[in-house]
Design a protein around this ligand. Structure first.
Ligand code: ATP
Ligand code: MN
Ligand code: MN
Length: 362
């Protein structure tokens, strides 16, 4: 019957890595509101609240049923007083002002290269639009994203991601026929749209992966489809313990690219706004090159979602006394690194049931 809870809520874990979350979100109304608030708290550096709303959103995303009444959420984890107040809609005025602030924030952070800090700085200076920024003499640094802003702020479709996959695959094979190439990020989780396309690429022979990445970039450049490249060399040092903070970038060689994708390469058509008749668009692509012995950790780490990753690390730390990051799993009790060839090995080390990539949309 309507309003009832078909699954026993007591079985819902507080950890996203113990829940199965597909792309089908039955509580978008609430999770959107929670995410507006989470983002707002993040900008204002109120970390606790931010995290609380992110966790609450993630719990609701995992439910196979739609929340109809507040009572239905009674036994759910991570839903505190504040989140319940939002569900009850007792804070609509607050939500409204947050939403106004957020529309500027997300306008700014949607520019490739603009992070939370920069967006917040611009906002505090009273800047509210791109024109404000471009005409403000204090802003001396213009991120690369401004170059292709219209294109890269538009979602990438599955068909476009596939077309890019073919281009990358062709480039990789031409250089190293037996290279390992894997789709990661949102598209690996079965999302229909993304803000970029993420790939992992490596070589069966240890130590050759960085050269492969550089050669791929070089090839894309010669094909005249490389519009922008931010290359970061590897800074891997295995003497270091895994970093405790998830937000820390990993140390693999990687590049953040903007590529030119031709309409003719895409099954169907490019994602375009009405009236746009160009034969190509710009797309953001991330390529990461972990050494083959770190492959499983890199694949798990880059497959996301961000919330799923956060909770994997939190679960490892709090429930297993282990440190997990994109490079390794370290057992603090045994004082040793735990080896893994596949993602399944990592879940097994953590004593977790395996969660498929399409169930990680936490
Ligand atoms: P979208 O569709 O918006 O791209 P996504 O899940 O693919 O969604 P990304 O920002 O592309 O999001 O990142 C993919 C995953 O890779 C994230 O979930 C995050 O865990 C991981 N990740 C992203 N950037 C880094 C980085 N610099 N260092 C380590 N891990 C990262
Ligand atoms: Mn992505
Ligand atoms: Mn990415």
């Amino acid at each position: 019957p309507e309003g009832s809870t078909p699954t026993p809520v007591a079985t819902v874990s507080q950890y996203a890595c113990k829940r199965r979350t597909t792309t089908q979100n039955n509580n978008k109304i609430f999770t959107d509101a929670f995410e507006v608030l989470a983002e707002s708290y993040e900008f204002n550096e109120i970390e606790g609240r931010c995290l609380a709303f992110r966790r609450a959103a993630s719990v609701l995303k995992s439910l196979p049923w739609a929340v109809q009444r507040l009572e239905a959420t009674q036994d759910l984890p991570c839903l505190g007083g504040h989140t319940k107040a939002v569900i009850q809609d007792t804070e609509p005025s607050k939500l409204c002002s947050f939403r106004r602030q957020r529309s500027c924030h997300s306008l700014f952070t949607s520019v490739f290269g603009v992070g939370v800090k920069t967006a917040e700085k611009w906002y505090r200076r009273g800047l509210r639009s791109f024109r404000d920024i471009l005409t403000n003499s204090h802003v001396v640094f213009f991120p690369a994203g401004f170059l292709h802003y219209g294109d890269i702020s538009r979602a990438v479709s599955e068909a476009e991601a596939r077309a890019l996959g073919n281009i990358i695959d062709e480039a990789v094979r031409a250089i190293t026929p037996d290279a390992v190439l894997a789709l990661t990020g949102g598209f690996r989780r079965g999302k229909e749209f993304g803000h970029d396309v993420d790939y992992l690429l490596t070589t069966p022979e240890l130590g050759k992966e960085e050269a492969l990445l550089l050669s791929v970039i070089d090839r894309l450049k010669h094909q005249s489809i490389l519009l922008y490249c931010d290359y970061q060399a590897s800074t891997l040092d295995m003497d270091q313990l895994p970093c405790r903070r998830f937000e820390a970038m990993d140390h693999f060689a990687k590049c953040f690219l903007i590529l030119r994708l031709e309409a003719g390469q895409v099954e169907g058509d490019l994602q375009r706004v009405e009236g746009d008749s160009r034969s190509w668009r710009a797309v953001r692509v991330d390529l990461v090159s972990p050494p083959i012995d770190h492959y499983a950790f890199a694949l798990l780490g880059w497959s996301g979602s961000r919330q799923f990753e956060r909770d994997l690390r939190r679960f490892a730390r709090l429930e297993r006394k282990m440190l997990l990051d994109n490079h390794a799993l370290y057992d603090l009790t045994k004082k040793e690194f735990l080896e893994a060839k596949t993602e399944k090995d990592i879940f097994a080390h953590l004593g977790l049931e395996y969660i498929e990539p399409w169930q990680r949309n936490a």
